[in-house]
Each structure stands twice: as C-alpha cells, then as structure tokens.
Design a protein around this ligand. Structure first.
Ligand SMILES: [Zn+2]
Length: 138
C-alpha cells in the first residue's frame, strides 16, 4: 500500500480553506496528506466544550495511520477562530486570551499524542488570519 506523509488537522472556517491548501502546496504536500477538518482544529479535538468530537478525531487518526501509513500530524489552528470564542469561559475575549486557548489546545494534544501515538511526529501552527500572513510556531 502507498505511504502518505501526514494527516492535516484544520478548522472548518471558510476563510481558512485556501490558506491551508496553499500552505501545504508550498510545503510540496499536495496529494500526500489526509484531512481532518473540524471547528477549532486542535481546540475542537481537545477542549471539553467539544467533548463529543474527541473520539471521532482519534478514531480517524488511527484509521489514517493504518490506511495511509502517515508518520506525521500537521495541526493548523488560526486566529479569530469561532471555536476559541465558544471555548472561552471568561466574559472578556481578546487576542491574548485567544492565544492562551490555542496554546493550551496544543499542549493537550501533544500530551495525548505522546501517550496514544508516541512515534507520530507532530507540527503545531497558529495561523494569523488578519494581521500577519505568516505562521507562529509554538
Ligand atoms: Zn476556526
């Protein structure tokens, strides 16, 4: 069976789709990855607000590891994310609070990956939607 590179975990946000595609194209990954698209990306698969979604992600990741022989999970979160707003428990919401929610989702996801799939490589990126057209790496 053919071996593929990665699974890409990204958000459902319509503004984000072409950016994800172009980013992966620049990385020469077109046709080499499976996709798991869910509101909030790493937030959606780790935050307790979206608990029902978590097992679906892990099942799909496991399926892609088996079927596509992927060796990496590429996680692309983005700023101004509606899921970060839903996950936020405080009355207040701003860029710093949002950054914290993204960062926590990355830490949680990394922790769970280490337990479930210790051999899988992972890259975590937070896409700056409006301000800078670049990626911030944690
Ligand atoms: Zn989003």
């Amino acid at each position: 069976m053919k071996k593929y590179e990665a699974m890409v975990l990204s958000c459902i946000d319509p503004r984000f789709q072409a950016k994800v595609f172009n980013h992966l194209k620049r990385k020469k990954l077109t046709g080499k990855y499976s996709s798991f698209t869910i509101a909030g990306a790493a937030i959606g698969v780790t935050h307790k607000k979206f608990k029902k979604w978590h097992s679906t992600f892990w099942d799909n990741l496991e399926t892609s590891i088996k079927l596509h022989k992927i060796s990496k999970l590429i996680v692309l979160n983005h700023k101004d994310c509606g899921a970060a707003k839903i996950a936020n428990k405080k009355k207040q919401f701003n860029s710093l609070i949002e950054n914290k929610i993204h960062k926590e989702s990355f830490i949680n996801l990394k922790k769970k990956l280490k337990k479930k799939h210790p051999n899988l490589k992972v890259s975590l990126k937070l896409y700056q939607c409006r301000l800078i057209l670049n990626f911030l790496i944690f």
